[in-house]
Design a protein. Structure first.
Length: 312
């Protein structure tokens, strides 16, 4: 089976933890051990987020003022290299070297006229208090948004059109290699009328939407989006909350979810389901239960009744 697994931020950096190299490796090691059984028996592609890491690199970048700060596209490529390296190594170790694992730098074609550039929503970097967020916004001319009880920087997140390295990834899978790619949604780029690549776009593509585009390009059977929530929930956080067990693409498309967090996952699942595949959204630490359909949300092309809710 050909499976794309999108790792959420909790697979790399847990909320409240220092973003050190040691914590990154420890979290990735635990994640890869959980994925080992799936990776051993399937054609597996692993994608991952980079929000905290790219924001941290941007801050570190600003600290050295003798040269102009590197743009966001280059920082995104840096995170693909550093996170991909650790995932590649730890997954290979978890499999005892039984499978080849390749991490590649991936570029994602976007439309420079995407309306997302006028409405930044993608959370990146560390969290701030209200006071510190206001100071950072004034000093760096950032857009700031609330993230739970804290605040974070937000940047544009345009829709992915295609993953340029999809043919290469498909060839690697056919040869038995496991692939780590599309880190942070891939570096967003434009392609001119001659097909030549232009300088990267100053944005961060949502990794779930990029993973869905990749899954469609690869004709994958399943997209698994691993997060820290147990289900996709209608009216989340209210007395009317209802957890969704299974839904059709059309039915769930009528509902609205938190922009910048759950909504991109649902949009990604809809894209995969409408291409004929299925998508699973659920907790990383219960992957076996998610695959057995004991937890998490499944989105398919068709579901009798449209939506099946978890029984209380």
């Amino acid at each position: 089976m050909r499976i794309v697994v999108a790792l959420g931020g909790n697979a790399l950096a847990r909320r409240g933890e220092p973003m050190t190299a040691e914590r990154l490796r420890a979290n990735v090691r635990s994640t890869c051990q959980a994925l080992a059984g799936l990776a051993d028996k399937n054609e597996l592609v692993i994608t991952h987020g980079n929000g905290p890491q790219v924001g941290l690199l941007a801050l570190q970048n600003l600290a050295y003022q003798d040269v102009a700060a590197y743009p966001l596209d280059i920082l995104g490529a840096e995170t693909q290299g550093m996170i991909g390296y650790v995932v590649q190594q730890e997954l290979s170790n978890a499999l005892g070297g039984a499978r080849e694992v390749a991490a590649i730098i991936t570029t994602t074609v976007v439309d420079e006229n995407d309306p997302a550039f006028e409405h930044p929503t993608k959370l990146i970097g560390p969290t701030y208090s209200a006071e510190d967020a206001a100071e950072a916004a004034a000093e760096y001319r950032w857009t700031i948004a609330k993230d739970g009880k804290a605040f974070r920087r937000v940047v544009p997140s345009p829709q992915p059109i295609s993953i340029q390295q999809a043919p290469l990834i498909k060839s690697l899978l056919k040869g038995g290699t496991l692939v780590v790619c599309a880190g942070g949604g891939g570096v967003p780029v434009r392609v001119d009328q001659t097909g030549a690549l232009q300088a990267g776009v100053q944005a961060v593509v949502d990794k779930d939407l990029a993973s869905a585009a990749l899954a469609a390009d690869l004709s994958a059977d399943t997209l698994i989006m691993l997060t820290d929530g147990e289900y996709v929930s209608e009216n989340w956080g209210t007395p009317e909350q209802r957890d969704i067990l299974t839904a059709s693409a059309d039915a769930i498309s009528e509902l609205k979810f938190a922009e910048g967090s759950m909504q991109p996952k649902v949009d990604a699942a809809i894209r995969v389901a409408r291409a004929g595949g299925r998508a699973l959204i659920g907790p990383l630490d219960r992957l076996d239960d998610l695959l057995a359909r004991n937890i998490g949300t499944e989105i398919r092309p068709d579901v009798k009744g449209g939506i099946v809710y978890v029984k209380k």
